[in-house]
Design a protein around this ligand. Sequence first.
Ligand code: GRG
Length: 301
Amino acid sequence: MTTMSVQEFKSVLKTEAASVEEYLSTCLHNRNIPQRLLDSMEYSLLAGGKRLRPVLCLAVAAMFGVKKEQVMPFASAIECIHSYSLIHDDLPAMDDDDLRRGKPSNHKAFDEATAILAGDGLLTEAFVLMTETAENLPADSVLTALNTMASAAGSGGMVGGQQLDMDFTGRNDVSLEELQTMHAMKTGALIRCSCECGAILGGAGTEDQERIRTYGANIGAAFQIVDDILDEIGTEEELGKPVGSDLEQGKNTYPSMLGIEKSRELAQGLVNSAVKQLAVFDGSDALFLRTLAQYIVDRVS
Ligand code: GRG
């Protein structure tokens, strides 16, 4: 089989996301977390995201022959980090968003202090989960993956990208290169690293790790461009974000710099390059990853 229909792809994605969901629903239990904090953490963690990052990590590891169950704690840790970033991103001091995925954002459903702690709690629990992966896989690969993940999520990656985003807001002379650097850190690093950690935990050799790293960086960049396009054309409306709200807040976006058509072309070019990196791999997981790359451009929400 060399192609996968959108229907088949969506069905595999749903099954994979459901297995992540199941693991996430119990992973914070028996941790002695005070009830209100646990409720706040689970409110966001179990609020129905696409689970894109953990699914990428699982599929890449499986492509190198490692069972998904073995990587599940690590993959779930990535979702915890993603969930923390969304909680903190919504806070009044950051994007000040009242809604996330169509529901009150964490600080609206609870309170600001609890939301800050819920984010801190999810970030820290992620490290517990990542180290727990060493029960299933060689400790040296887990350590390498953990180091890679911490670098991608931290101040030289996602957190630093958030700082650049704030620095750029309201500036009208931001270059395309600056915008790309900011997004490679803010959104791209975690997506790229989800793939990269799947390869490391899967025991991939250096060349294959590099291929997967490039695949991840390219789909991460494409994901952000499409996110900007969706915001511009309005499909985020149902998620509770007013259409074009980023522009109103003085944010720099791909459509505002390049227009919709050129932005789409840029995203498609990145996806084509990502797919090329997978040419040396075969099997159902490689096919799933190729289809996922194209889905990033084709998605409507
Ligand atoms: C506050 C430390 C800190 C970091 C925030 C990633 C990030 C940095 C903020 C997220 C803001 C945002 C909406 C960025 C656009 C791209 C993006 C990451 C969208 C959300 O990811 P999805 O679509 O979310 O995978 P779901 O809801 O499916 O989990």
